[in-house]
Write a protein that binds this ligand. Structure first.
Ligand SMILES: [Fe+2]
Length: 246
């Protein structure tokens, strides 16, 4: 089994071939956010490669349960009850154990608990919208939550985000943190979304789409969705040479 020491080493660049371009004008914010100059390669700093350091004791009992972790005693978040589970795997299909997975999402009506949120859908007093857990020895993570609602956003005259859950995965250092979004199988907003459409590969979009997983659905309680996260670079110490561009 892999131990934390296997993950130390130079950072591994992502495959830009399947990433959206930084500039994608139908996604209007990308116009101002995209760089005008060529990127500059910098060496990683010590703090980027050696932290954060924490263990399972950091995680609270309800941290992975978004139905209860913000709810008043005896109450629960409103919405379609779901379980989201999957594995964090490296580029060789090996599990990434004991890594922090964080999620955040809108409530069942499509509204975030955030001071800059402007959508008129109501806040749910029992739903905060954040959770976290550590993957187990086989790379599994699991959250219980409510299915987030789609929401409108100021881009074109009538753009709606598909229902989605934001994910963050930490490796053994801040410089390895990856952030992505998970969509739900069958959502008709997926192919309409200007952010999703910035991804140049239908196959890559499929990899961001969770599948209904009836085998792990809890009867009379919650449906389950399966979402695996596959990383690169987790075994970079296998290379003896220094990778170009890191
Ligand atoms: Fe969002």
């Amino acid at each position: 089994m892999s131990g934390p020491s296997d993950f130390d080493g130079p950072l591994f660049p992502r495959d830009r071939g399947v990433h959206p371009p930084a500039l994608h004008p139908p996604y209007k914010s990308s116009i101002a956010r995209s760089p005008r100059l060529a990127p500059v390669s910098l060496d990683s700093t010590l703090s980027e490669t050696t932290g954060p350091v924490f263990g399972p004791e950091t995680i609270g009992a309800l941290d992975a349960d978004l139905i209860l972790n913000f709810a008043r005693p005896g109450e629960m978040a409103l919405g379609e009850r779901i379980v989201v589970r999957g594995r964090v795997l490296d580029e060789n299909g090996q599990p990434v154990p004991h890594t922090l997975v964080e999620v955040w999402q809108a409530n069942a009506g499509g509204r975030y608990r955030h001071r800059n949120e402007g959508y008129l859908a109501p806040l749910d007093p029992n739903f905060g919208g954040c959770g976290r857990c550590m993957t187990d020895a086989a790379g599994w993570y699991r959250f219980r939550t409510v299915k987030p609602g789609p929401y409108p956003w100021p881009n074109g005259v009538n753009d709606w985000r598909p229902a989605h859950v934001h994910f963050s995965v930490f490796g053994s250092g801040f410089g390895q943190r990856l952030i992505t979004q998970m969509y739900f199988e069958g959502d008709p907003h997926i192919p309409l979304c200007p952010i999703v459409r910035s991804i140049p590969s239908d196959e890559a979009i499929e990899r961001l789409t969770a599948r209904l997983d009836m085998r792990h659905t809890i009867p009379m309680d919650a449906r389950a969705y399966r979402f695996d996260i596959v990383l690169r670079g987790r075994r970079a110490t296998l290379f003896e040479n220094r990778m170009e561009g890191t």
